[in-house]
Design a binder for this molecule. Structure first.
Ligand code: PGA
Length: 243
């Protein structure tokens, strides 16, 4: 039984004061959310401690937006698993298309990060997805398969989330058709060969498309950027009703 994971990725948004305000608006809106789903937010590192305090006793769990493969050391701007675990963080996003694009993160580095997360008890959320050009050239499946095979090497699929995020759908308002997102998620599941793997869809998820996405057989949750910054819209997404 795969329990869906609804996760918000705040990226480089939200001061601590804004995070507190967001929580004050959000928590009452999830007081009746069923326990059949996980609710997660990935704040910037500076707001993790504030969020951990505010989330105490609630259904909301925390994710980081990155994690390093070493336990400590001379790695300026990086974050070690223990620094996250100290705040009760349970998940770590790795391989998002933004660090892949802006910092040239490779599948090998992403794999190191994911292994480090898993071996320290964090659930890695490994993002994969093709660009517009790759899709147009008919290379989407090959690209995603490579990212899956290299990024997930040596990982335990029962303690792992894969987020299928077509890059052309991120922050653009262009959502991938639910049926196509579902087809790719099904392919990822067959490549990994684990019926229990949690696979999210990400890319312009909104209150208006969440119910349809969550009704798909191979979509086990979503990774939400822009729409997670507003408490009301993320609460609507958290309170999805699948048919
Ligand atoms: P978006 O971002 O929902 O704003 O498209 C998704 C993501 O980057 O994870």
């Amino acid at each position: 039984m795969r329990k869906p994971v609804i996760a918000g990725n705040w990226k480089m948004h939200m001061t601590c004061a804004q995070a507190r305000e967001w929580m004050a608006a959000f928590l009452p809106l999830i007081s009746n959310t069923p326990d059949d789903r996980h609710l997660v937010v990935a704040p910037p590192f500076t707001a993790i401690s504030t969020m951990a305090e505010a989330a105490q006793g609630s259904k909301l769990e925390l994710s980081s937006q990155n994690v390093h493969w070493e336990g400590h050391g001379a790695y300026t701007a990086e974050i070690a698993p223990a620094m996250l675990l100290e705040h009760g963080v349970a998940y770590a996003i790795v391989g998002h298309s933004e660090p892949r694009k802006y910092f040239s993160e490779s599948d090998e580095q992403i794999n190191h990060r994911a292994r480090s997360a898993q071996s320290n008890g964090l659930i890695p959320i490994v993002c994969v997805g093709e660009t517009d050009e790759q899709r147009t050239r008919g290379e989407a499946e090959r690209v995603i398969r490579r990212q899956v095979e290299q990024g997930l090497e040596g990982l335990d699929p029962s303690k792992l989330i894969v987020a299928y995020e077509p890059i052309w759908a991120i922050g653009t308002g262009k959502t991938c058709e639910s049926a196509e997102a579902n087809r790719i998620c099904g392919l990822i599941r067959s490549w990994v060969g684990s019926p229990d793997l949690i696979i999210q869809y990400g890319g312009s998820v909104k209150p208006g498309n969440i119910d349809e996405l969550m009704s798909m057989s191979d979509i086990d949750g979503v990774l939400v950027g822009g729409a997670s910054l507003e408490a009301e819209s993320f609460a609507r997404i958290a309170n999805y009703q699948a048919s």
